[in-house]
Design a binder for this molecule. Structure first.
Ligand SMILES: CC[C@@H](C(=O)O)C(=O)SCCNC(=O)CCNC(=O)[C@H](O)C(C)(C)COP(=O)(O)OP(=O)(O)OC[C@H]1O[C@@H](n2cnc3c(N)ncnc32)[C@H](O)[C@@H]1OP(=O)(O)O
Length: 185
């Protein structure tokens, strides 16, 4: 009897552990704010527009273009997601030596897209909460910094490439801080 109870308890515990592990796998990221990675991504995807373009030259120089010229290259949600993808691509670029970041049109970057900031500020969670949680995903040092800009910063700083922000025109808010993520500006 006792042996059978023990066996059941053992099995139930194993099942529960497997269940928890599966849940964790399904949701790789559950941050301090309780948001899930997919939820954050979906939210950021709602604020679409512009793009982050990367061209990798034979010389080993990458050119990253902030491309949203109608809004002075303001960062939309999808641009944030793309930035992470491009940085991952650069991290895996074996022949990469340097990186130049510049803005399309005649400006560098006007920071976060204020349309998204306003829209999210009217809903349950503020834009910066989403952004901060996403920054944590980008940057494990979030707990110390609690800032997306720092998220960008360390994300770019940890790249093993010499980076230059080629600033033409305005660099405001998050755009100004992005320049500080580069080795030279
Ligand atoms: C919370 C996040 C925080 C962070 O990440 O740290 C931020 O970054 S918040 C955003 C901070 N940035 C700003 O507040 C900049 C706001 N913009 C401006 O001050 C000016 O637009 C400018 C960048 C100084 C350029 O001025 P100017 O050359 O006179 O151009 P316009 O003002 O006519 O702008 C053209 C066009 O672009 C739109 N625009 C500009 N910046 C943004 C933006 N950040 N988000 C959304 N849209 C932006 C501006 O509204 C104009 O649109 P139209 O009127 O439709 O032509």
């Amino acid at each position: 009897m006792a042996a059978s109870l023990w066996k059941n308890l053992l099995q139930t515990t194993k099942d529960r552990i497997l269940q928890i592990l599966q849940q964790r796998r399904a949701s790789l990221y559950i941050g301090a704010h309780g948001y899930e990675e997919e939820l954050i991504k979906k939210k950021l995807q709602q604020f679409a527009g512009g793009s982050i373009n990367l061209s990798k030259e034979d010389s080993g120089i990458g050119i990253l273009t902030l491309n949203n010229p109608k809004l002075m290259n303001a960062f939309t949600g999808t641009m944030m997601l793309e930035l992470q993808e491009r940085v991952t691509e650069l991290e895996n670029w074996k022949d990469g030596k340097g990186l130049i970041i510049y803005g399309a049109g005649n400006t560098f970057c006007s920071g976060s897209d204020l349309n998204a900031v306003k829209a999210i500020s009217n809903s349950q969670a503020r834009w910066d909460e989403y952004v901060h949680v996403y920054a944590k995903h980008l940057n494990q040092t979030y707990e110390k910094t609690k800032s997306i800009n720092f998220g960008y910063k360390t994300l770019l700083c940890r790249l093993p490439l010499i980076s230059v922000a080629l600033v033409q025109g305005k660099a405001v808010g998050g755009g100004a801080e992005l320049t500080t993520a580069c080795d030279f500006r």
